[in-house]
Write a protein that binds this ligand. Structure first.
Ligand SMILES: [Zn+2]
Length: 148
């Protein structure tokens, strides 16, 4: 299977385990300290983006120390409570909470409307957009379209 086809199937959420030659599988970055460093730097940049957004828009941003609690926002007091940014997904969720303060239709009485537009704000303002972020986003949107 070509790499492009593999990526397409992987991104579509299909099971690609049959296409992986586990015998030959290696972790190309495992022995490369620079790759890990670059990854940490990219994640740190996402964390700084959250800090900059909150500073610029006068939003008080609180990070849970243990990182287990559910993220939430209080639009009225411009406060967001997020987990430490350790991946593109925690970055996306932090953006979503900021979207509850800065996004459109956040005064709607329908929570589905508020949620959908907070997600849209997150997508519109993200510095990066990965396949994992797209999957998380699509699931969240779908959940709110189905539910309440
Ligand atoms: Zn939300």
């Amino acid at each position: 299977m070509k790499a492009s086809e593999f990526d397409r199937r992987f991104d579509a959420g299909e099971d690609v385990t049959d296409a992986v030659d586990w015998e030959k599988a290696t972790r190309p970055n495992a022995n490369d300290p620079k790759a890990g460093e670059q990854k940490r730097e990219r994640i740190a940049e996402l964390g700084r983006h959250i800090t900059v957004l909150c500073d610029r828009h006068e939003i008080a941003c609180y990070e849970f120390i243990k990182g287990r609690e559910e993220e939430f926002a209080i639009p009225e007091t411009r406060e967001v409570f997020i987990r430490p940014i350790r991946s593109p997904i925690s970055y996306l969720i932090a953006l979503h909470e900021i979207g509850h303060v800065l996004g459109r239709y956040q005064l709607s009485r329908a929570s589905a409307v508020r949620e959908r537009w907070a997600w849209r704000w997150a997508k519109a303002n993200a510095l990066i957009w990965t396949a994992a972020m797209e999957r998380y986003y699509a699931n969240a949107i779908e959940r709110w379209l189905r539910g309440s």
